[in-house]
Design a binder for this molecule. Structure first.
Ligand SMILES: C[S@@+](CC[C@H](N)C(=O)[O-])C[C@H]1O[C@@H](n2cnc3c(N)ncnc32)[C@H](O)[C@@H]1O
Length: 240
């Protein structure tokens, strides 16, 4: 069976079940940077951080980082194994974060059918870090539902692999398998800032696009090789 035909729950359960831990457990560097640069300042008033939702949260590194900074943080992932690890880590760190095992394809259908608005479940920050998959994922629908889930005045942050990692000054790294960071991902498409904005469908005057760019990030592979990652970074603010 080719990767595209494999059931997403089975694929991601096998991916997480095959190792004690797939990701580093740390926040994604690009997420931490843009939250500090653009979201933190906007939420530093008396209201402070509000509700956040992370889509495809994996083992919860980003959600737990936000919870540590005062966000009422939640995450959704298709893998119940990943979600259980995130919950265990939250408990170990004494954090109140909430996690749900759910297929975002179904979540998006529900959110799109509800059409957003005040009656819908809305968040002050909606994030999606490397929500990319070699098996079926209706990513455009999920991104549009993500935008609908942002409350007026809130932020949407989408970070994706914009290209395969490269060794400094050399060609793409040949992937040999998963490591503790974000290398080792299976093939998938690589969004550009422009394609990401098209998928999100953020129209003026409702949205201000704050960041739409490619950021190059140094990282170490699981084998200790230094590589450059290319992150496509979108930050948008829903205007009131
Ligand atoms: C490349 S990982 C990124 C994980 C995490 N955001 C991070 O940065 O460490 C992609 C994540 O998306 C999740 N995912 C893929 N398809 C999904 C779907 N249809 N519904 C929910 N989660 C999904 C996977 O289980 C996986 O945890």
């Amino acid at each position: 069976m080719s990767g595209h035909e494999q059931d997403p729950v089975t694929f991601w359960e096998e991916r997480y079940g095959g190792e004690d831990r797939v990701w580093s457990g740390k926040v994604n560097a690009s997420l931490a940077a843009v939250v500090a640069e653009h979201v933190g300042a906007a939420t530093s008033g008396s209201a402070g951080p509000g509700r956040s939702l992370d889509l495809g949260c994996g083992e919860g590194g980003d959600v737990l980082w936000l919870a540590e900074r005062g966000w009422d943080a939640a995450g959704i992932d298709i893998s119940s194994t990943a979600v259980a690890r995130a919950q265990e880590e939250a408990q170990a760190r004494g954090l109140q974060a909430r996690f749900a095992a759910e297929d975002l394809a179904e979540w998006a259908v529900r959110v799109l059918a509800a059409g957003g608005g005040a009656a819908a479940d809305q968040f002050d920050l909606v994030t999606a870090s490397f929500l990319q998959s070699p098996v079926h994922l209706p990513r455009t629908n999920v991104l549009r539902a993500a935008a609908l889930s942002v409350a007026p005045g809130g932020h949407l942050v989408v970070i994706s692999h914009g290209a395969p990692p490269v060794r400094d000054g050399q060609g793409p790294v040949v992937q040999h398998g998963p490591g503790p960071d974000h290398e080792g991902h299976a093939p998938h498409s690589f969004p550009t800032p422009e394609s990401e904005l098209d998928d999100l469908g953020l129209g003026a005057p409702s949205w201000e696009v704050v960041v739409a760019e490619t950021r190059i990030r140094d990282a170490l592979t699981g084998r200790g090789e230094r590589v450059l990652n290319s992150d496509t970074v979108i930050v948008a603010r829903r205007l009131t």
